[in-house]
Write a protein that binds this ligand. Structure first.
Ligand code: BGC
Ligand code: BGC
Length: 577
């Protein structure tokens, strides 16, 4: 660090988006980090080799600077390496929470790390350790649970992503176990899931005790496991923007919890400290960096950021000691993870992307994430033979819907072509008929033994997912009504959170919450047809009506449709039935 100029130090604090990065920019500004924003890829259906080519080029530019400090490339692999074509897409966190299986989640972390490394990427903006306290929040599915204990247990994913921290490692020091592991990021610090009415990026009104006991445990647990970075939340706590909260970033995170990795802003996090955005940018930079933020996800207007920060340091408004702390932390993570020794991609890893082994793991996760909510007359598991089965609903044949947001595109998408995988109810026998939206006449004439109706939410991410009514979009409800009144039926709900279901419950014989299962939806059929039993438990309270919200386990007035922890079980059946 003694050899670094102020320009070089500032460069280490800057993260820019790949679309504004170029050889000149990397070199002239000594850029320390590049990211892919949501859905930002080097091309449609880009291969692992194309990703590697892009990342390696940015790296060579960084290495060609005076000190040759490698840049670190980051991406949102929040349910597998989910921006990349042909990657294995795992269930979103809400489903993983329902497995109550930290060891499984650790294996998912290890698989995700390998798939990221297969594309030359060593840094992931995951895990999200948000404790979603209101399902109206557009990011509810990114949260493992409303219960801080379940969220903390799931931070086992950090050891999968980064490797097992040695027992001799001092508390708070980041750890990454080499070339097949990645640097992780616990986000969004802190209280992101506690905002008023679940409004994204809004205000969390809570006592200090409430904040520490509900929203902090996921960070303590991640830090003990050696998490390398922490991302700050857009949200406010009792009216103060987290991006300017020196007490919680420098005082609590770096002080009390002894976190020694780096703290990163969210995307345009400093711009969003003011309303309107970017209104007093230089002041926001001042507040954010003096609060203790080390790396800034600028990510587009890097020139303005660099000029402003330079001025603030030259004017002594930001002390050099603060800059040095930031740079020391960024370099510590880069050294720890072996980026100086191995800055370029290891091309021997490319075949891990979407490997058979990883897809089997995802299918196991899907099976374990399913929560059986109703099972009249033990309708489930379904018989495999001798029946004529109707499968209905757009969600039964749409990988995009089954994957949800943060899949290939930031907001996710519709259809079967953008990812590679298996739908929820692929043919189990020749007696399966698929009709997206069957009419009444058809239902009555065909003599079905039973129907499987797959309905749910359409993909969304972040603020676009805020939803104050939480109803299943049409034709879902109408189809439940029409099909389930005509034929014995199982309803499979594909959604990022509990949705309004009570009005239809009387018609439904079997009800399954499948969350957002990802590309290996066959895991749903595995359990419906009894190859495996149901074992998942609700990681969230299932409300009766939205006017009850927020309502969480432990609340004084707790009158859910299905309580936190609920989940019926079935035994696997043998193949002869
Ligand atoms: C980016 C995302 C980012 C979002 C923030 C999008 O344009 O692609 O990565 O999370 O903006 O609003
Ligand atoms: C999201 C983060 C994400 C970042 C980069 C932001 O909009 O809040 O979770 O890591 O974009 O894509």
């Amino acid at each position: 660090m003694n050899r670094m100029t102020l320009q070089e130090k500032i460069g280490q604090m800057v993260q820019i988006e790949r679309t504004v990065a170029s050889p000149q920019v990397m070199k002239n500004y000594f850029i320390g980090s590049v990211l892919s924003g949501g859905g930002s890829s080097p091309g449609v259906n880009a291969s692992a080799q194309e990703w590697i080519k892009m990342v390696n080029q940015f790296q060579r530019d960084a290495l060609s600077t005076r000190l040759g400090i490698p840049m670190i490339y980051g991406i949102d692999s929040v349910h597998g390496h989910s921006t990349v074509y042909n990657a294995t897409i795992f269930p979103h966190n809400i489903g993983l929470g329902a497995t109550r299986d930290p060891e499984l989640v650790k294996r998912i972390g290890a698989a995700t790390a390998l798939e990221a490394r297969a594309t030359g990427i060593p840094y992931l903006f995951a895990p999200c350790v948000a404790v979603c306290r209101d399902p109206r929040w557009g990011r509810c599915y990114e949260s493992y649970s409303e219960d801080p204990e379940v969220v903390s247990s799931m931070t086992e994913i950090v050891t999968g992503l980064q490797g097992d921290i040695p027992s001799t490692s001092p508390k708070g020091v980041p750890y990454v176990g080499g070339k097949t592991k990645v640097a992780a990021c616990a986000k969004h610090y802190v209280g992101d899931g506690g905002t008023v009415n679940g409004i994204n990026e809004n205000n969390t009104i809570l006592s200090r005790h409430g904040l520490l006991s509900i929203h902090m445990p996921g960070y303590s647990a991640s830090i003990i496991k050696g998490v390398s970075t922490v991302m700050v939340s857009y949200s406010s706590w009792n009216g103060d923007k987290m991006h300017g909260n020196r007490d919680l970033i420098t005082g609590f995170l770096k002080g009390t919890l002894r976190f020694r990795g780096f703290v990163i802003t969210d995307w345009e996090g400093l711009d969003r400290m003011t309303s309107p955005r970017h209104a007093n940018y230089s002041n926001s930079i001042l507040r954010g960096i003096n609060a203790g933020i080390d790396m800034i996800m600028v990510p587009m207007k890097y020139k303005e950021f660099i000029d402003d920060l330079n001025q603030l340091v030259t004017n002594h408004e930001i002390p050099m000691s603060r800059i040095d702390d930031a740079v020391r932390r960024v370099l510590r993570v880069k050294f720890t993870m072996g980026l100086f020794e191995n800055p370029l991609a290891d091309e021997t890893l490319v075949n891990h992307l979407g490997s058979h082994e990883h897809r089997e793991l995802a299918r196991e996760a899907v099976r374990k994430s399913l929560v059986l909510l109703k099972n009249t007359n033990s309708m489930l598991p379904l018989p495999k033979k001798g029946s004529k089965i109707l499968v209905a609903g757009a969600h039964a044949d749409n990988l995009g819907y089954q994957c949800g947001g943060w899949t290939i595109q930031w907001q996710g998408q519709s259809g079967n072509n953008a990812t590679v995988g298996m739908n929820t109810v692929d043919k189990q026998s020749s007696q399966v008929v698929y009709q997206e939206n069957p009419d009444t006449k058809y239902l009555q004439s065909e003599g079905f033994s039973y129907a499987i109706v797959v309905v749910g939410e359409l993909p969304y991410a972040e603020t676009e997912g805020n939803n104050m009514n939480l109803t299943i979009p049409e034709p879902g409800p109408t189809m439940i009504k029409n099909v389930c009144r005509a034929v014995k039926c199982v309803v499979v709900v594909v959604s990022g959170r509990p949705v309004v279901i009570e009005p239809y419950l009387k018609w439904i014989d079997g009800l399954v919450a499948a969350w957002l299962p990802g590309t290996e939806g066959q895991g749903v059929a595995d359990v419906l047809f009894g190859n495996y039993g149901f074992s998942g438990k609700l990681s969230r309270t299932w409300f009766r009506s939205v006017d009850q919200l927020p309502m969480n386990v432990g609340d004084e007035h707790y009158d859910p449709l299905f309580p936190f922890g609920f989940g019926l079980t079935t035994e696997p059946t043998d193949d002869s039935n």
